[in-house]
Design a protein around this ligand. Structure first.
Ligand code: NAP
Length: 361
């Protein structure tokens, strides 16, 4: 069947920031065969290819993208037994809405992703970024990823270990620890999550513990479904709930990663602010490093919530989210991003890393 390709398609409506120019070619692929055909189309014409999911972690340049944007819109999900009776494998096609999958899991009393409720985007994006929140990340549950390998032009199955998951990282978006660069090699079509039957919910983060404080004090454990709804309520108070209306809606979630730094960096920042290290919020990270909250650093560098440069601003509900206040361009957002990162760097000698993927730059 011929491919249903479109030309010069504006990409802004496919992103949650609602900015960016057009794609030269665009295809919404609903089957694996269409994915393979689209890959061949791009290869034969030496066109760059970009895989679009929910567009919730994406910043498209104002000039757009000169290649093929492939939206992986495959749908369907199923459950099958895992190796042990306590576990289930929940499989989902890449184009399914992520929150709906989390809802399905908690409705079936399957634990492991309840804290990842309310995150915008599609299933296919979750292994790429190793989506995480409130103490859970998808790497904790991902058993297998099915993907189209653009190098070998075939579908492959990647194990958990093959994906090299780390904090917000995987082989899909980062250089692997052994130096291999597989970025852009795979198109994720399906993900299998290993979930726990009748598991108690993960109540690790302070926000959640506060939400259920009286229940926890009474020795009562909230259900997975209650945690799902609690997370959605908490996210809504921060303007971080998928599909949330209002002035902070046009955002890509967290715009900056929380920096993972050597312990001396904390001491240096504390000294610069005449504080003790204990007065700065921080958490342990792998390899004796520490994780600093980017939002705290940004605020201390002089950027409060609601700060704006023209049509681009910081969310009024969360310092980590940059928002299109209406009519912004990508250039407006970049100018705000650079002002923030340069000020934080000058103040704390620390480079904030951007979270959204750049396209067409
Ligand atoms: P928060 O609760 O105000 O905490 C600020 C940061 O401190 C978080 O980003 C979190 O790091 C870290 N933190 C808090 N408690 C921790 C603990 N017990 N152990 C280790 N680290 C801890 O955070 P928030 O900004 O409102 O976000 C809440 C959660 O949702 C976080 O996990 C955040 O990553 C996630 N989130 C992600 C996005 C996104 O676009 N990626 C958007 C909104 C929220 P971590 O980020 O490592 O968890």
């Amino acid at each position: 069947m011929p491919l249903d390709l479109q030309e010069n398609v504006p990409l802004a409506p496919f992103t949650t920031l609602r900015v960016g120019g057009p794609a030269r070619f665009f295809l919404e692929a609903r089957t694996e065969a269409e994915i393979a055909d689209a890959a061949a189309f791009a290869r034969d014409r030496a066109l760059p290819l970009f895989v679009l999911g929910g567009g919730s972690n994406l910043l498209v340049s104002d000039a757009g993208y000169p290649g093929l944007v492939l939206r992986a819109a495959l749908t369907g999900r199923s459950m099958r037994d895992a190796e042990t009776p306590a576990e289930v494998l929940l499989e989902s096609a890449a184009g399914e809405d992520w929150n709906s999958l989390v809802e399905f899991a908690v409705e079936n009393n399957l634990g492991g992703m309840e804290c990842l409720a309310g995150i915008p985007g599609d299933v296919g994006g979750t292994p790429v970024q190793n989506v995480g929140a409130y103490g859970q990340e998808v790497a904790d549950t991902i058993a297998e990823v099915r993907a189209f390998d653009l190098r070998a032009a075939e579908f492959v199955s990647l194990s958990h270990a093959d994906c090299h998951f780390a904090y917000r990282r995987s082989i899909f978006n980062s250089i692997a620890p052994d130096g291999r660069d597989e970025r852009g090699r795979y198109i994720v079509t399906r993900v299998a999550y290993r979930l726990q039957r009748n598991a108690p919910p993960a109540l690790r983060y302070a926000d959640l513990q506060r939400f259920f404080a009286s229940r926890i004090a009474a020795g009562d454990t909230p259900t997975l479904r209650e945690v799902y709804h609690a997370i959605r309520e908490i996210r809504a108070t921060k303007g971080m709930l998928a599909g949330q209306p209002g002035p902070n809606a046009r955002s890509a979630g967290s715009f900056f990663k929380n920096p993972i730094v050597p312990a001396q960096t904390l001491t240096a920042i504390a000294a610069a602010l005449s504080l003790s290290p204990a007065e700065i919020p921080h958490w342990p990270a792998p390899n004796d490093q520490i994780k600093l909250p980017a939002a705290w650093l940004i605020e201390r560098a002089g950027f409060p919530r609601g700060f704006h440069l023209g049509r681009a601003g910081i969310s009024t509900l969360h310092t980590l989210a940059l928002v299109n206040r209406g009519g912004a361009t990508t250039a407006d957002l970049i100018a705000l991003r650079d002002t923030i990162t340069q000020t934080v760097a000058a103040r704390f000698h620390l480079r904030l890393e951007q979270e959204p993927v750049l396209l067409g730059f």
